[in-house]
Write a protein that binds this ligand. Structure first.
Ligand SMILES: [Zn+2]
Length: 167
C-alpha cells in the first residue's frame, strides 16, 4: 500500500503545477462520464468492446425510440438490428480492407466498391429481423431514424469530452 501522505502530496503538487498541462487518464474518464448514459454505453460497447453494455444500450435505445402504442418487442428488435449494423460496420466481404484478391490480383472489393464500409441490404435485414421483404422495406425509415440517433450520440460524446478536456 503506497504511503497516503506521499500520494496526496504528489497529486497536490501535480495539480498545483501550472506547467502541468498533461492530460491524465482520470481526466479523460471524468470528461467522458459527463455525457449522458446512452452515449457512454454506446462508446463502451463499440470502442471498448464491452459486451456487458449491450443490453443497456438496447434498453436505452428502445426507451428513446419507442413510438406511442408500438409494441416493445418490435421496437427492441429494430433497435437491436440497427445497433448490430452500427457495431459491425466493416464490409463483411473484404473485412474493411476495401480490396480482395480476384484472379490472383488485388482489386477493389465489389461489395463495398473499395470503401471498406458495410452496406446493409434488405436481405441482411430480412434475416436479422426474420421478416419478409415488404415488411423490411416498410421499416427502412424507422431503422434509419435509429441509426441517426446512434450517430448523434456517438458524435455528442466526442464533442462533450473534447469540451470538458478543453481541447
Ligand atoms: Zn468490401
Amino acid at each position: 500500500m503506497p504511503n497516503m501522505r506521499e500520494s496526496v502530496t504528489a497529486a497536490l503538487n501535480s495539480s498545483l503545477d501550472s506547467d502541468e498541462m498533461h492530460e491524465r487518464p482520470i481526466d479523460r474518464l471524468g470528461a467522458f462520464s459527463k455525457s449522458k448514459r446512452l452515449g457512454t454505453v454506446l462508446w463502451r460497447l463499440k470502442y471498448d468492446n464491452d459486451p456487458r453494455c449491450y443490453k443497456t444500450a438496447i434498453f436505452l435505445l428502445t426507451k428513446a425510440m419507442r413510438k406511442h402504442g408500438e409494441s416493445r418487442e418490435l421496437c427492441e428488435k429494430l433497435c437491436q438490428c440497427a445497433l448490430d449494423e452500427w457495431l459491425v460496420d466493416k464490409c463483411l466481404h473484404c473485412g474493411g480492407g476495401g480490396q480482395v484478391i480476384f484472379s490472383q490480383r488485388l482489386v477493389n472489393c465489389m461489395e463495398c466498391s473499395g470503401t471498406g464500409i458495410r452496406r446493409t441490404s434488405d436481405k441482411d435485414r430480412m434475416k436479422a429481423l426474420k421478416m419478409n421483404a415488404e415488411q423490411v422495406q416498410k421499416l427502412g425509415k424507422r431503422l434509419g431514424a435509429i441509426h441517426d440517433l446512434i450517430g448523434e450520440w456517438d458524435r455528442k460524446v466526442n464533442v462533450r469530452t473534447m469540451i470538458e478536456l478543453e481541447r
